[in-house]
Design a protein around this ligand. Sequence first.
Ligand code: UDP
Ligand code: MG
Length: 318
Amino acid sequence: MPSALRVCIVVPCYNEEGVLAHTTDVLLAQLASMTANGACTSNSFICCVDDGSRDNTWNEIEALSRKHARIRGIKLSTNFGHQNALVAGLFSMRPEADVLITIDADLQDEVSVIDRMLEHHRQGKRVVYGVRKERGVDPLGKRLAARLFYSFMHRVNDRAIQGHADFRSADARVIADLERFGEANVYLRGIFPMIGYPSAVVEYTRKDRHAGGSKYGYGKLLSLAWQGVTSFTTAPLKMVFYTGIVMAVLALVLAMLALWALLTERTLQGWFSSTLIVLIFSAMNMISLGVIGEYVGKIYKEVKHRPRYIVERTTGDP
Ligand code: UDP
Ligand code: MG
């Protein structure tokens, strides 16, 4: 690694007109200070990815890019989601940078940590994960949900890094390897640890959102968790199988009970027991079908090989 690195900071933006000016100011200041102390080159830059925003985000990005030579932008043709927006920025900018950093537009992550990230890269690390020490500013419910989510993810994928979201840096080689992971259901937090190479962790305290509301409600968080599980393990399918076995044993016991009642000429409360059994088994069937369906759906999405993102235009286009 050369001592001064060409850095690209990728910022996914979905309806972020309210924060963009401030965010790019902070990131520009960070780049300026790193250029001054020789950590990054003078042609390091910021790439804002407009993920099909419905507000003024793209106009703002274009205006900022006219004002500052270090700001560039990519406009996706529609909303492809946070993960795909990150992929779009990383893949498009990979040929032009030594190290690519991803950070959310709301700057809840500590920008100054980038100094330490680059230090790790100079020392030969290829991926550096930003890890939140605490989520003191988030509501209690979200903190609990996050804790539960990360510990569950750790069980599912033991390489998952606790408290790490999408604030990370990786060198161009790692991004080139990432391009070979052609999955449509992309879940970057899980994939980067799978790529391997020497990596490091930098810790920071997470701050409050600067402006605008979170784009992740409990619903989206839950769906991200489900995505995380089903993208990395088929354990739920096994669970379905084991539940089936338990149910079969239960059914056998009930059958023996019924036989015993028949032989000793006792009567079982027929309606109640049979209805209950039907209910239990149809519920189990429904759940099992749902879980299997989730995987079939994923396969369906993968085999279509649809593009993960479509770039409509980039700043500087005529
Ligand atoms: N984002 C995006 N596409 C989406 C949703 C979100 O590019 O469909 C971006 C958003 O602009 C922000 C980042 O992803 O830069 C994380 O979103 P947010 O801050 O709302 O999530 P939270 O911090 O609450 O988890
Ligand atoms: Mg946020």
